[in-house]
Design a protein around this ligand. Structure first.
Ligand code: FES
Length: 119
């Protein structure tokens, strides 16, 4: 696994993301509550640029007829057909079997690095 420089911390807005190309892969680098996450900019449904989707939250498990909203800023919605993914893990919200790739991220000297390749 190798680390690739993705962006300066200052260039990734809190609650937002930047999209970078590293080793030929388009990757979205997100900042959520001061922590950084990276996912493949590719939707496993039909290949849309997932990271161009809106960032929002979702409804949480709750009692019947109750709608509790939470996880604001942790979910990205695909711009084509609306599939939703957890930015922290790359997993879809509707199936454990559907996900986009997530990458490990490290911050060194004010720069955000994304790990690509096998361990
Ligand atoms: S391409 Fe992403 S939901 Fe269809």
């Amino acid at each position: 696994m190798a680390l690739y420089e993705a962006a300066a911390e200052a260039d990734v807005p809190e609650g937002g993301r930047v999209i970078v190309t590293l080793e030929g892969r388009s990757i979205g680098v997100y900042r959520i509550d001061g922590e950084y996450y990276a996912i493949h900019n590719y939707c496993p449904h039909e290949g849309a640029e997932l990271c161009k989707g809106h960032i929002h939250g979702t409804t949480l498990p709750s009692n019947v007829a109750e709608f509790e909203y939470g996880r604001e800023g942790q979910i990205v919605r695909c711009p084509w057909h609306g599939w939703e993914f957890d930015i922290k893990s790359g997993r879809s919200l509707f199936s454990d079997k559907v996900r986009t790739r997530s990458y490990k991220v490290e911050v060194l000297g004010g720069m955000v690095y994304v790990a690509i390749g096998k361990d």
